[in-house]
Design a protein around this ligand. Structure first.
Ligand SMILES: [Zn+2]
Length: 650
């Protein structure tokens, strides 16, 4: 996060950009600051948070402190504090709306993450969330999971295990008391939106009158191709064109106050309540989108800024992002002309309030947090099955490990599962996998294996839920796809690379139990694996035929350095790694380390033979040295195009 102050994006509209830095205030004009009495206006308070990611107890250590004006530090996070701040901010306000531009879940605090993100929905319900945009992570399971389960509360197998847990009030999960929207996530098959594109809220204008305020919602472009929210049956539409089209529709329906809530962001300096030197896709959009849009509320980038940016007519409008993980509540105050319902733009104000922990926590939310934390602890201890011995990441000479083999066997199992009840965004059928690969020490990115499964003698080898959950996964699905034998061969060759400065780097792929291969330790990088030495179900790899391969989306999408897999066909997305690995251990009941005989070294004893150096990726840390949450680390470390150095963390 040390890089936030740097300019990361080239700004085509450079001349406009120079006039947008506004220091620590975000008043549209001096009038906005002074106009405190407002009987002649209709005041509308907009409160928003973003990218909560299920951090109900507290922000993770890497995000627990934010920096304000003059370098002042604030320790922030936790919904019990957030609820107290919200109560204070809302006091005396007739028209107040609370919303979020996305990534409220997936949640990476264990109770939320492992209890189907239902704790997050309960907390948001109790904090009075009115509506939300779908972020990329709202599609980490499926569109059906979002709409039918999270919003409508429809259960799917198996109640009390996968979903539909009993909440802190003793009620079975009933879904969100608020709706999700996205104007630009559509079904690939027919172009229809997955969710409603916008909502119209009616605010009290006094004397029995009401005025409409429209909210347009955008999901970050390309969400369907991100490793976690990989959904072959979805497409995302251009953000600017969609925003302008929706603004025109709202205008045509008589809505004269319009807010854009978008799950895409920008960087704009290091002070959370200011904005300097902005850059990023949301900023480019903010400069260009319809002047009928009165405020632009961002997310996704996990950055915090608060500023006014001129619309194409040169009239200023708020452009804000409220950090992540419950750090900040943004408050925009719109003043509407009671006759026309238009926003009197020069009277708009905006503030980023830190969600500090120095206030009394809201007792109701504190109780909710405590309840789910306890539930998480009990869930972590639930036995899934037995193991006969330890599975470790310790590698033999060929680069093979018992943990790698176990995870590759899980991937094959996962890639042979039928379509799940909520898995509704695939275009192709779930043709079962022929083989599976797992990058155990990838060239790039993070490893999907996070820990060992150590035999616990005291419980006779019981594998508990929390142990399995914490050993495997970073929030991405297993995908089965069609590749050629040539692609499989080439990926095996890509295990070896010559780093700058020489030497030989080995980034081993674990393979499922039905695969054997050997490599020639005397061969150069790129020519070590003979297809005849790769056996799938006992038959040599045929480079000219096609195979169904199962692997994490992260690997197939070339996030970890095996580009041979790109160009795969007929992908089928299966369940997410966390839930799927736990389900595998539970179904197997008893797991036993396999003999390390899947990978063998040819010519290992010959002069000049080299296995290659294996470097397991380190867990990524923040600038302050704090280990990052696994999902965030996987995204940050992934091999993906970045704009001048800034990597969006999720
Ligand atoms: Zn996001």
């Amino acid at each position: 996060m040390a890089e936030l102050g740097r300019r990361m994006f080239f700004t085509a509209a450079g001349a406009l950009a120079t006039v947008t830095a506004v220091g620590t205030h975000a008043f549209a004009s001096g009038h906005a600051r002074d106009a405190r009495t407002a009987d002649e206006y209709v005041d509308v308070q907009l409160l928003n948070i973003t990218d909560l990611h299920g951090y109900l107890q507290a922000a993770p250590a890497s995000n627990a402190v934010i920096t304000g004006a003059g370098g002042k530090k604030y320790t922030v996070g936790g919904v019990a504090y957030m609820a107290a701040h919200l109560e204070r901010l809302r006091a005396g306000r007739a028209n107040s709306l609370f919303f979020a531009p996305g990534d409220l879940f997936s949640g990476w605090e264990f109770p939320a993450e492992s209890l189907a993100d239902e704790p997050t929905i309960e907390a948001l319900n109790r904090m009075g969330m009115n509506f939300a945009s779908a972020g990329n992570h709202e599609f980490d399971k499926s569109p059906a999971f979002l709409s039918q389960h999270m919003v409508d509360g429809i259960s799917y197998p198996t109640v009390d295990w996968d979903n539909s847990f009993v909440d802190s009030a003793g009620q079975r999960f009933h879904g969100a008391n608020f709706a999700y929207y996205s104007a630009n996530m559509v079904w690939a098959k027919d172009g229809r939106t997955v969710l409603p594109p916008y909502n119209i809220e009616w605010v009290d204008a006094g004397r029995g009158r009401r005025l409409p305020v429209g909210f347009i919602h955008l999901t970050v472009l390309g969400s369907e191709l991100m490793p976690a929210s990989y959904q072959p049956g979805l497409r995302s539409l251009d953000q600017l064109a969609t925003a302008d089209r929706c603004a025109a529709e709202l205008k045509a329906r008589g809505v004269n106050a319009i807010v854009l809530s978008m799950h895409d962001g920008a960087v704009a300096g290091g002070d959370f309540n200011s904005g300097t030197n902005p850059s990023g896709p949301a900023y480019e959009l903010a400069l260009r989108c319809s002047p009928d849009i009165d405020a632009i509320v961002c997310g996704h980038w996990h950055t915090a800024f608060n500023m006014m940016v001129p619309d194409p007519n040169g009239v200023r409008r708020p452009f804000v992002e409220a950090g992540c993980h419950g750090q900040i509540i943004n408050e925009i105050n719109l003043r509407l002309d009671p006759a026309t319902g238009k926003v009197i733009r020069e009277l708009t104000t905006s503030t980023n309030h830190p969600n500090t922990r120095d206030v009394a926590p809201h007792p109701e939310l504190a109780e909710v947090v405590k309840y789910w934390a306890g539930y998480g602890t009990r869930r972590a201890a639930v036995p899934l099955g037995k193991q006969t011995a330890s599975f470790t990441r310790t590698r033999n000479e060929a680069g093979e490990s018992t943990m790698g083999d176990l995870v590759a066997d899980w991937a094959l199992w996962a890639g042979r599962q039928p379509q799940g009840p909520m898995n509704d965004a695939n275009l192709d059928p779930p043709t079962p996998a022929d083989l599976a690969v797992i990058a155990i020490a990838p060239r790039l990115g993070q490893a999907i294996i996070a820990g060992d499964l150590v035999y616990d003698a005291a419980t006779d080898g019981t594998v508990a839920f929390g142990k399995a959950w914490n050993a495997v996964g970073f929030g991405d699905p297993i995908v089965t796809a069609t590749v050629t034998g040539q692609q499989i061969h080439d990926a095996l060759e890509q295990q070896w690379t010559v780093p700058v400065g020489g030497g030989l780097k080995y980034a081993p792929l674990a393979v499922s139990a039905n695969v054997r291969y050997s490599f020639d330790a005397t061969g150069p990088a790129g020519n070590r694996v003979d297809p005849a030495d790769v056996l799938i179900d006992g038959r040599p790899l045929d480079v000219s035929r096609s195979y169904r391969i199962a692997a994490p989306s992260y690997t197939l999408l070339n996030q970890d350095g095996y580009p041979a897999f790109t160009g795969f066909a007929q992908p089928f997305r299966h369940n997410r790694d966390f839930e799927s690995f736990v389900a595998y251990v539970k179904e197997r009941g008893r797991i036993e380390p396999a003999p390390l005989n899947r990978v063998t070294v040819k010519n290992g004893g010959v002069t000049g033979a080299r296995i290659g150096e294996i470097h397991a990726p380190e867990r990524l840390r923040s600038a302050a040295g704090v280990v990052l949450p696994r999902a965030e680390a996987a995204a940050l470390a992934a091999n993906r195009p970045t704009a001048e150095g800034f990597r969006v963390p999720c």
